[in-house]
Ligand binder design. Sequence first.
Ligand SMILES: [Fe+2]
Ligand SMILES: [Fe+2]
Length: 201
Amino acid sequence: MTADKPSKQADREQKRTRPKMTGEDALPGDPTREEMIARMIRVDQAGEYGAVRIYSGQLAVLGRSGSGEAIRAMAESEREHLERFDGLVAERRVRPTALQPVWHLAGYALGAATALMGERAAMACTVAVEEVIDEHYAGQADRLGDDEAELRETIERFRADELAHRDEALAHGAEAAPGYEILSAAVKAGSRLAIWLSTRI
Ligand SMILES: [Fe+2]
Ligand SMILES: [Fe+2]
């Protein structure tokens, strides 16, 4: 994605002889290691909460459609993700996002609105959200060190689940949704804004 990726990767190869520590690449003025981890857990709990709400909105409209079973399976997986991050919020005493009531409504509205546009639009919404989450989780896993191996492993596992949701949505004809490009760009922009806000607020 960026030009410095190969050199970063080479850098990582070299460092493999000693354990990587969370926040070791931090610059002056960056959040502390603890704050960085708290932010990650806060935004991930918010994101998984939003995902549960998106699928609830989709199921309200499409629960009995041909896509109903696939959406129910994805919703179940999001509930497991949320449960894990709810646990981490409690264990690590992280202040949860203050925006939960917003994601409660916005997630549901996004799911229901795209579902009302049709099964393929609902699937297009899923593809867009999961692509943003994939990047987001990959970035987090990259910043976590071996001192946070368990959290990193959780994030990598959830990331694989999100990619499976994306593939499932693509298999359900997401890209054939009318106005796919515009819909996808709008959902991605909204998802990135939600991530930015939930990291901080
Ligand atoms: Fe998830
Ligand atoms: Fe997902």
